[in-house]
Design a protein. Sequence first.
Length: 233
Amino acid sequence: MTTILHLDSSARPGRSGAQPHGSHTRRLTARFLERYRQLDSETEVIYRDLGAEPPAPVTGNWVHAAFTPPAAREPWMAEVLAQSDQLVDELLRADIIVAGVPMYNFGPPAQFKAWIDNIVRIGRTFGFDRARPGEPYWPLLADAGKQLVILSSRGDYGYGPGQRLEGLNHVEASVRSAFRYIGVEQAFSAAIEYDEFGDERLARSIAEAEQATDRLAEAIAARRAPDAARRVA
Ligand SMILES: Cc1cc2nc3c(=O)[nH]c(=O)nc-3n(C[C@H](O)[C@H](O)[C@H](O)COP(=O)(O)O)c2cc1C
């Protein structure tokens, strides 16, 4: 059984190609899920629409509660951490995290960042001990074999490696850094560009990103499901 945590974070509700003004990242995450499920029939999906229901941003009380050892927590602290605990539980159950993360002002949307802030949790996804020699922080999800797929979209173009706006793209790098910090090292990505132009370059970019998304689903399924490689061939 493979568990996929499917996250969408676009503020736009529908999918491009299916609904007017729909989201490209929702289109790509749905495409990944569809292709993956064709190849691995034993798939369970946990869905979180962070765009429709953004997690609460962390507060002073949240920080106080999270950094209080569980045995010393007061009842109000459990309440403050309840949503974060649920988001962490979902992440811990997942083998694959498929995240739709549009570029908003050069980084991930605030709703996705709020999710990150809620799942990077001391004692649950990372460890910290200031007395520990060498490395006081350590990842708790290392060796869990989790894989991350980041599916993005941008209005402009040229944000890829070696391209004109590479230095302004803080989407994939920041998401990968947070996941690496908690121990998820295997990360893959694909992105659509030219959304603001709406011309044939956008159409080409969508087609290429869809192909890349299919290839990612196939490669990951081939490693997880014994008969998936045969189905792809
Ligand atoms: C609030 C906001 C900020 C944006 N900032 C950028 C940006 O910094 N660079 C860029 O190329 N496109 C930017 N865009 C365009 C989006 O990245 C583009 O429309 C993308 O397709 C959105 O993802 P979605 O289609 O899944 O909704 C922005 C869009 C919005 C709504």
